[in-house]
Design a protein around this ligand. Structure first.
Ligand code: SF4
Length: 202
């Protein structure tokens, strides 16, 4: 099993315990998908854990959407306002299907850690991000799991690749280099390496 899958399951259990202990009832519901218009970042290992679960149509959508995402990242990676501009443009995650996550059991840690018990209307891009709207503890729990996946990725590959969800999955489907120098060269050539929101190689 890809270690990311174990962390997905472990985070679900941790979150269920936390929410039960604290008596927190998130208002997140099936069909409520405003957060799926935002920028989601994941690492190569998490992306590789997701790939085998993709359906044919999901692969096709990612292959179709990838070049547009790369162009957006190339243009916006140094802009501090890029995430809010992207969110407001309401470009849906290519894995969103009729308002539902099409890879729900295999969705990234970043998606799992974003919960609110507030008014779902405040999740909409036009509402602006209000401090405290999203629950901080679930996000921290997800972040700690991400860091453990990153460490595993560094052990496995010798380096870590972090990038925007649809772009990263597109690159993995298209054949991503195994070696660090080649990976950096490809990302540099695509114009999406570094900057504030571009791909990170560490
Ligand atoms: S992977 Fe699923 S939960 Fe995450 S942004 Fe995409 S559709 Fe939404």
């Amino acid at each position: 099993m890809n270690p990311a899958e174990a962390h997905w399951l472990a985070l679900e259990a941790d979150l269920a315990d936390y929410l039960a202990q604290k008596g927190v009832r998130p208002s997140c519901r099936a069909g409520c998908a405003a957060c799926c218009f935002g920028l989601v970042t994941l690492s190569r290992l998490e992306g590789e854990a997701l790939l085998p679960h993709l359906t044919g149509p999901q692969r096709s959508r990612l292959l179709g959407e990838g070049p547009r995402r790369l162009a957006l990242l190339r243009e916006g990676k140094d802009d501090p306002r890029f995430p809010s501009r992207f969110f407001l443009s309401r470009i849906p995650c290519p894995l969103l299907e009729e308002g539902l996550c099409g890879v729900y059991p295999w969705r990234p840690l970043a998606c799992r850690g974003l919960l609110t018990q507030g008014d779902p209307r405040l999740c909409e891009p036009e509402a602006g991000l209000r401090k405290g709207h999203f629950l901080s503890a679930p996000w921290r729990m997800a972040r700690l799991r991400m860091e453990r996946v990153w460490e595993e990725e560094k052990r496995r590959y010798g380096f870590l690749v972090l990038g925007e969800l649809a772009s990263l999955l597109y690159l993995l489907l298209s054949g991503f280099p195994r070696e660090k120098e080649e990976a950096e060269a490809l990302l540099q050539e695509l114009g999406i390496l570094g900057g504030r929101w571009g791909f990170q190689v560490a």
